[in-house]
Design a protein around this ligand. Structure first.
Ligand code: GTS
Length: 215
């Protein structure tokens, strides 16, 4: 398997964390696509992923799977023992809902802020920007942080009692928030404590270096 990737990117981080949690990292090769050079918007890359985003998983038979959720679901199903996307119908429903909510209310909102209200990937790549929209999305993301704080006041993980894809998506949101300097409000104590715990997980800690060849 191959992953088209940007090693420090928050969305690619979601798949890197999932790979490490599933112990599958040794089965993939990473190919860097330079976002700042706009390599993800070239016709050759758009043929792999119509949306022009990273990451993209390429299977050995040439199939391309884009979207972090879809890639995570694929990886989780590979060994027949899903640990990230739920075992029971109830778990699957809750995890999918909370992961989607983490995208809508936090990660994607921060991404819009980055692309619209900051220099983003630079003038050659950011061909349309709307700063007002970007700033609104930043505020939405901070409201999202408060929401996830309220969730984590009542349970240890984002979708309940166990670590899941929903945690990974919120982690992606907070990685992005850190990169663009949108801090978690100090009163979000449960979210901050949960994030400190998440950063101790080897999958999160070593996500950027996992693709470096060992010497
Ligand atoms: N919905 C997509 C997913 O879940 O995979 C979003 C992916 C996404 O936005 N990826 C970023 C990207 O390609 C990568 S990164 O910013 O996290 O590094 N951004 C480039 C762009 O032009 O939107």
């Amino acid at each position: 398997m191959k992953i088209y990737d940007w090693s420090t990117g928050p969305y690619p981080a979601r798949v890197r964390i999932a790979l490490a949690e599933k112990n599958l990292a040794s089965r993939v090769r990473f190919e860097t696509v330079n976002l700042y050079k706009g390599e993800h918007k070239t016709p050759a890359f758009l043929a792999k992923n119509y949306s022009g985003t990273l990451p993209v998983l390429e299977l050995d038979d040439g199939t391309f799977i884009a979207e972090c959720t879809a890639i995570t679901e694929y990886l989780d199903a590979l060994d027949g023992t899903p640990t990230l996307t739920g075992r029971t119908p109830r778990e699957k429903g809750l995890i999918h809902m909370m992961s989607k909510r983490a995208e809508l209310e936090l990660l994607d909102a921060i991404s819009v802020y980055f692309h619209h209200a900051t220099p983003g990937l630079g003038p050659d790549v950011e061909i349309y920007q709307n700063a007002e929209w970007g700033l609104r999305q930043r505020d939405k993301a901070v409201r999202g942080m408060r929401y996830f704080d309220s969730v984590l006041r009542g349970q240890p993980f984002v979708a309940g009692e166990t670590f899941s894809m929903a945690d990974i998506t919120v982690i992606g949101g907070l990685i992005f928030a850190g990169l663009v300097k949108v801090p978690v409000p100090a009163e979000c104590e449960a979210l901050l404590a949960w994030y400190a715990r998440m950063q101790e997980r080897p999958s999160v800690k070593h996500r950027v270096t996992m693709s470096e060849p060992s010497v």
